[in-house]
Design a protein around this ligand. Structure first.
Ligand code: DO4
Ligand code: MG
Length: 289
């Protein structure tokens, strides 16, 4: 099942189930504790609850008549790093002084996990993502994002974009929070996949395409099986000594890195497709926030 947050033509924001025939809108029960997408995602049986709430009115709208929004409410956004060989190699190249840290963290039991965004820093489908005006070398990072409930259970998946300033990160590893966390630094969407069973890692392809002036400026792909870590392993490390009372999104690292002479520019368009979930597309802006 694909669940999404949508804005209707009248401006109202609703939760819906994405189907081939359109969007089945969910009708929350007044005064009930469940009033948001996150409440559904954090319920004991998200799929069953979504179906029950959609059945209350059986109201469907055409997909073309809605805008999809980032599927986030009050959750924190975290990210894991150096979980793919490609990322380890790229980081070692960009950072002379810290190369050995990236090498070590790729194989160490404890993964790299960092705080990525609050909901107000997240852009949904079609909303702009930002390149820092003080960065000369920035890239998108196409990542599978895990949707985690407050009990640290993996409940779904979405597409994530961990925008990164490689020059700032490479200059000094202590600058990582500034390279990663700023206004409009994180893309999420277009919907949350509630899988039936486990995700087929090898068949789950992540494709990044960057358009510039109407042409493809870069494209690259990987599959989730190239990731060194297991989902449960990353979630367990994230949840160590760390309560996630409002739930969390955990971006699982990038396996696609554009060549070192590539940097995003104002006006680019970044699309990340993950099979089984959908495509997240964002325009890129580079102006002072
Ligand atoms: O250590 C730098 C960040 C790594 C990262 O974001 C990634 O591998 O995706
Ligand atoms: Mg990343």
């Amino acid at each position: 099942m694909l669940l999404a947050k949508v804005r209707l033509a009248d401006g109202s924001i609703r939760v819906g189930i994405l189907e081939d025939s359109g969007v089945r809108l969910i009708e929350f029960i007044p005064d009930d504790r469940c009033q948001t997408l996150a409440d559904i995602l954090h319920a004991a049986d998200p799929q069953g609850l979504a179906l029950r709430l959609a059945d209350r009115t059986s109201q469907s709208v055409d997909s073309a008549a809605v805008s999809l929004l980032a599927p986030i409410d009050h959750q924190e956004v975290w990210a894991a790093g150096v979980t793919y060989k490609r990322s380890q190699v790229a980081r070692m190249q960009e950072s002379e002084s810290a190369a050995s840290h990236y090498d070590k963290v790729y194989t160490a039991p404890r993964p790299e996990i960092f705080f990525k965004a609050t909901p107000n820093r997240v852009a949904g489908p079609g909303q702009p993502l930002r390149v820092r005006s003080d960065s000369r070398w920035s890239v998108p990072e196409p990542e599978l994002a895990l949707v985690i409930n407050p009990q640290l259970q993996l409940v779904g998946f979405t597409v994530g974009n961990d925008m990164s300033a490689r020059d700032i990160e490479g200059e000094n590893p202590l600058y990582l929070p500034q390279a990663k966390v700023y206004n409009q630094c994180c893309g999420l969407g277009p919907c949350v996949l509630l899988p039936d069973g486990s995700l087929p890692r090898a068949a789950t392809k992540i494709t990044l395409t960057i358009h510039r002036s109407g042409a493809v400026a870069f494209t690259g792909a990987t599959d989730v099986d190239q990731m060194k870590r297991q989902f449960d392993e990353l979630i367990a490390w994230l949840g160590r000594e760390n309560e996630l009372a409002t739930g969390a999104f955990l971006l699982t690292g990038t396996g696609v890195v554009p060549p070192d002479d590539f940097t995003l520019e104002d006006g680019d368009s970044v699309s990340i497709e993950i099979s089984g979930i959908g495509t997240l597309t964002n325009p890129i802006i580079k102006t002072r926030a």
